[in-house]
Each structure stands twice: as C-alpha cells, then as structure tokens.
Ligand binder design. Sequence first.
Ligand SMILES: Nc1nc2c(ncn2[C@@H]2O[C@H](COP(=O)(O)OP(=O)(O)OP(=O)(O)O)[C@@H](O)[C@H]2O)c(=O)[nH]1
Length: 234
Amino acid sequence: MAAPVGDHMPRRALRLGVAGPVGTGKSSLIATVCRNMAAELEIGVVTNDIYTDEDARFLRASGVLSAARIRAVETGACPHTAIRDDITMNLIAVEDMERDVGPLDLVLVESGGDNLTATFSPGLVDAQVFVLDVAGGGDVVRKGGPGIARADLLAVNKVDLAPYVDVDVDRMVAEGAAARGGAPVLALSRHRPETVDELCAWIRRLAGDHAAGRHTPTDPGAPAHHHHAHVRAT
Ligand SMILES: Nc1nc2c(ncn2[C@@H]2O[C@H](COP(=O)(O)OP(=O)(O)OP(=O)(O)O)[C@@H](O)[C@H]2O)c(=O)[nH]1
C-alpha cells in the first residue's frame, strides 16, 4: 500500500506505540498484528528492552517479518526515558529503518514492560495502545494511570484466561470504558480470531486516517512523577 501522497511529499509510516506492564502480551500482540496485516500493510517494528534485545529476538524467531524490519533499542533505563523523555534513540531507529527498508505504512514501537506509568511522547508515535491482561487482576483498570485513562486504545488481553483467574471480562471492559470517558477498550486474545479482527480493523482505520491527513496525535500525559534517589552509588 505504501505510496507517496501529493505531488512530491513522501509520507512517513503511521507510528503506533504499544505500552503496558511486563508480560501483558505486547510482543505477542505485535506478532499477531504482523501475521494478520503484513499482506495489506508494509510493517516495521522497533522494540525497547532495558538490558537486552529479547523482544526483537522473539519477533525475529516468530518469522512474521524479515529481520531488517525489526530493530531493537536497548534503553538501559526506565522505559519511559526512551519513549517519552528523550526519544532520540527511538526516532533514529524508526527513521533508519524507514530509510533502509521503506517506504512503510506502519511502524509498531514496543515499550519495555513497566508498571502503569509509561506513555509515549506524541513526538515519537501518532497513536498508542496500552495493554493490560486479565491475569493481572480485574481491578487493575481501576488503578488508573495516563495509559489506561488516555491511550488511544486500551487492550484487555488474554481474555481466554479469564475463567482461570476469576475475572469478569465484561465488567473489566466496562470499568475501563468508564475510566476512559468512553474511549475504546478492546477485549483481546490471540486465541480468539474475532477479537484479533477487531484490533486489525482499528489499526486499519487509523492507518487510513493517518494517510489521509485526518489523524492528529494526542498526548496521554506524562508518566507519574517518580525518582531514583534510593539507588545509591557505592
Ligand atoms: N493465554 C494467552 N497467553 C498469551 C496471550 N498473549 C500473550 N500470551 C502469553 O503471555 C506471555 C507474555 O507475552 P509477551 O508477548 O512476551 O508479553 P510482553 O508484554 O511483550 O512482555 P515483556 O516484553 O516482558 O514486557 C507469553 O507466555 C505469551 O505466550 C493471549 O492472548 N492468551
């Protein structure tokens, strides 16, 4: 689908951030999107890990994209540092990839796993998905935070596990929608194709709006204030 728009202005890919606590299924969600949408969109992925390139290796091993379309950023610090405070490493990774393998339609940027605080800078991504999972407990949506409250999409993932962890998915989704003033919440499982279709439809709409110049990034707000003064030099 990638093609220049207008007379001579090549457009850049839609950049979609994927954030959320450790292990909620961010890499799996990205692999699922690539598997289901690679035939219609030219896709690239940038992963952020604190100390490793584990997520990039997982995605390369899954075989959903060629290795050149998967770049790893090792942040060496809290996830929000590289996706919000100083986005330079990520911007360079995205721009290098688009130059090397582009033009692309969609670049997915995965944050390193965090607690509930990480949000992407609107200078890095055009939109963001915040991923929770039912295994984290039905009450986690009530704990709030900028990602839960104001990301473009809240995904409640692994809903296939809900019966095993005593979570009422409908209630979790309703509480999420209430916390977000009605903004979209998606009950998701990679084992439930109809939910994957809904995720792909949401991305398809967003990519269309971006390509047509109809999408304006909104900032979910800064992460909760915190500091590292307790980490003492020896
Ligand atoms: N049952 C079930 N398991 C899932 C689903 N999605 C992901 N998982 C599993 O959840 C675990 C964590 O998934 P990842 O995709 O690695 O999670 P992540 O958020 O990228 O993890 P970090 O990068 O470490 O923060 C893995 O064992 C996945 O197989 C799902 O929809 N259903």
